[in-house]
Design a protein around this ligand. Structure first.
Ligand SMILES: NC(=O)c1ccc[n+]([C@@H]2O[C@H](COP(=O)([O-])OP(=O)(O)OC[C@H]3O[C@@H](n4cnc5c(N)ncnc54)[C@H](O)[C@@H]3O)[C@@H](O)[C@H]2O)c1
Length: 404
């Protein structure tokens, strides 16, 4: 019998291609999504660079292309606990994948309304999922999409472990005791703060209720298409390029296609982890196929394949496309430069073969950024969220030499 998976947030950028990938690999998929991400586009007056079809059209197209059924429910998992609980109790999934959170750091810092929405939505969503699994008394494996940002982007001289830090602490009697503690949280935005709080919910429900949980600390996702979304234009994935939701590399690819200078904030010395969307969906399948044992603590994977600093990333895109690079005042409160060295052995050991920037950049530019560039709303490119009210964004930017 097919294994059953509920994909919470399955209409989103990571959730939709994951649902297709798992469906193609024989899983029975139910998507839950309240379509809040599409509504935020409307509120912000922006759009996906790619023309995404409605969720109903997407699912009907998938059935036509592959013969496989995906079921969809439209409800809010942060608000509608009883629908969530009833679904889990009746469908009896083997795994639940939880993507259903507000995921943009700049959006979470826009104003008090967005900060409060992000906290209310994300924390209540995560707690409702855990509470409903516990109440159902079913043996469900929960896989959550967390972020590398929980570690903080500070230079520490430490290779960041996969979630747990071994420490030696002096006891009162002068001898030493060894612990594995959750890596100290270092959130850089309200969004990241919700992810560090999620980790405590997981710790509690794992210890108290024995729920098997995998938390994936994912890097910045780039790219758009996967083997499954390429099957038909109505299956196309979303591509965010605006100042709130666009992730840095996809923004650079779009900017080079529309002839906008690449927008580097600050010195561009910020080092960030990256992963291609094709690898995201593979990691999700690996994670649900390798659940923790019963009684095992929360399993944490670092889900990233490469790290780059933003300046070098811009240079790489500029070398391929001849785009200019423009430096803007950084709207974030963060270190101007940082090192970020991270362990990522578990996915490799389980067989992940990464798509590197060198393999995938040109394909992305041709398949997506160039193809849909006419849809870009140019005045949505610059980030207008500020991390602190003392800051003022330099909306025009100042062109400096690449080596600045
Ligand atoms: N995109 C990235 O680069 C990236 C990087 C690291 C981690 N992540 C994590 O992966 C997850 C998915 O990210 P994404 O890029 O696919 O985001 P997304 O916004 O495209 O998708 C999230 C989906 O969840 C839905 N949703 C949100 N709140 C909901 C609620 N209360 N009830 C029902 N549905 C709800 C939205 O409508 C949306 O379709 C997020 O938790 C994010 O933190 C993403």
């Amino acid at each position: 019998m097919a294994k059953k998976v509920i994909v919470l947030g399955g209409d989103g950028f990571c959730g939709w291609p994951t649902a297709l990938h798992l469906s193609r690999h024989g899983y029975e998929i139910v998507i839950v999504d309240n379509l809040s991400r599409r509504k935020i586009d409307v509120d912000l007056g922006t759009n996906s660079l790619t023309p995404i079809a409605s969720i109903e059209t997407r699912i009907a197209r998938w059935k036509k292309e592959t013969g496989k059924e995906i079921t969809f429910y439209n409800f809010d998992i942060a608000e509608e606990y009883h629908q969530l609980y009833s679904l889990i109790s009746s469908f009896q999934p083997d795994s639940i994948i939880h993507f259903a959170e507000q995921r943009a750091a700049p959006y979470s810092m826009r104003d008090a309304k967005c900060k409060r929405y992000t906290v209310n939505n994300n924390l209540r969503a995560t707690h409702n999922v855990l509470c409903a699994i516990a109440e159902s008394q079913l043996d469900v494996h929960l896989v959550h999409l967390g972020t590398m940002g929980v570690y903080g982007y500070e230079t520490t001289g430490i290779t960041i472990p996969e979630g747990y830090l071994p420490v030696k602490v002096a006891k009162d009697d002068g001898t030493f005791v060894d612990f594995d503690i959750l890596y100290p949280p270092g959130p850089g935005s309200v969004y990241h703060m919700t992810k560090t709080q999620d980790a405590l919910f997981f710790y509690f429900y794992n210890k108290n209720n024995g729920i098997r949980i995998t938390d994936l600390h994912q890097g910045n996702v780039w790219g758009t298409t996967t083997e499954e979304t390429r099957l038909h234009e109505e299956l196309i994935n979303r591509f965010d390029y605006d100042g709130d939701y666009g992730t840095v590399l996809n923004r650079f690819l779009m900017q080079s296609a529309v002839g906008h200078p690449l927008t580097v904030y600050g010195t561009g010395g910020q080092t960030r982890p990256f992963i291609h969307i094709q690898d995201t969906v593979k990691c999700l399948r690996i994670a649900i196929e390798n659940p923790p044992e019963h009684g095992e603590r929360v399993k944490i994977f670092n889900q990233t394949t490469e790290t780059y600093n933003v300046r070098n990333l811009a240079k790489k895109v500029s070398e391929l496309t001849n785009a200019k690079i423009m430096y803007f005042r950084n709207p974030r409160v963060e270190a101007a430069d940082n090192d970020f060295v991270v362990t990522r052995e578990q996915f490799r050991a389980l067989g992940l073969e990464p798509t590197t920037l060198s393999d995938g950049l040109l394909v992305e530019i041709a398949e997506t950024a160039e193809k849909y560039k006419e849809r870009c709303i140019m005045d949505k490119i610059i980030c207008t969220s500020l991390w602190s009210q003392d800051q003022e964004v330099d909306a025009v930017g100042s062109e400096l030499p690449v080596s600045a």
